[in-house]
Write a protein that binds this ligand. Sequence first.
Ligand code: T4K
Length: 376
Amino acid sequence: MTKIKPFKEPIYIIRPVLAPLIQVYKKIDEIWESKWLTNHGNQHKALETELTKYLNVDNLTLFCNGTIALEIALQALELKGEVITTPFTFPATVTSLFQKNLKPIFCDINPDDFNINSDAIEDLITPNTSAILGVHVFGNPCDVEKIEKIAKNYQVKVIYDAAHCFGVNFKNKGIGNYGDISMFSFHATKIFHTIEGGALTYNNSELKELLYLLKNFGYGTKDEYEILLPGTNGKLNELQAAIGLLNLQLVEDEIKKRKHLTQVYRENLENVDGLKFNVEKQNVMYNYQYFPLLIDEKKSRNNRDKVYDLLKKYNVFTRKYFYPLCTDYLFFKKDRDYQLPIAEKITTQILCLPLYSGLKDQDIIKICEILISLIK
Ligand code: T4K
């Protein structure tokens, strides 16, 4: 330990955005008054409308969380066989494939943005491939244009896990416009949240009715006793939708503050040998959901795992998103020799530092000082 004193209170990777309680009480009042708690009530309708506008998309359907939303997306597109995806993601991306009896085929990632390497996708396509499932990791858009070309050529679908991407734009278009379907997560740890929640965005408006059926037990809208499809319960309730409406008013400010704090991190860490963070790309409007960096074990006094443990002694709780790789899950049986050198390297070096609007410049500067003392 160096002479730097630990933080008095724990600093977590993220703290949820919290709307003023007085506004929350007002919303609860409204909901109580309406006696309508779930099953697509007024709050739900209003949130769907507002989010469609905010995310700049044609169609949007709300869900109880991002994982269920993704599973339903796979079902709605009637995918079969193999889906090409990334091993560098949160378990939900890949477990949703297992849930829908789809076989994940893992593609390596780019060293600079940690997204699926679009140049390596074609080699993995077989007659059994039905889709490409890309993840816009940490809010960095995948190579959407190349992926679209490949998908057209091979007649496969494209789904994006945009869990980290609320408010991200690429070439002046909301990121949810790319691919056949995109999934957003509204978990409490996300820049915009409904405590738990999620959404699918899509260009084909014909999907709307199907998605509604699938998230509502398969109940038809015409005959209330008719079950048309093997659906599930994927509904977002009125309280969650109301929290979303309140949080939507806070999101711009949250992004602005995080952008500033990200700048403070960058200024304090940019010349530290052994640390690397990704460069912002042109044509992208970021949301600053996370601040990921790589720790090069050859240049640092401590490797990533050691740094992660030592930071805890200073009351700084970072996260190794994403470690382990999905190919290392206990239940995953490798039936082929995957070549994933970049993903294997990145997963041992990645560390996401605390980033949320409640942090002050001095907090970030102190985190940087501690970090540098552990690296040099
Ligand atoms: N795809 C991707 C690429 C994803 O990253 C995710 C979720 C999904 C799909 C699935 O979407 P959802 O089904 O969740 O909508 C967290 C989130 O739970 C998870 O939603 C998120 N990705 C993932 C990257 O992060 P954990 O296991 O790291 O969360 P947890 O509970 O350890 O929280 C992290 C820190 O946040 C805590 O140390 C303290 C703070 N925290 C957390 C909560 C829940 C709070 O201050 N207050 C809170 O209420 O997964």
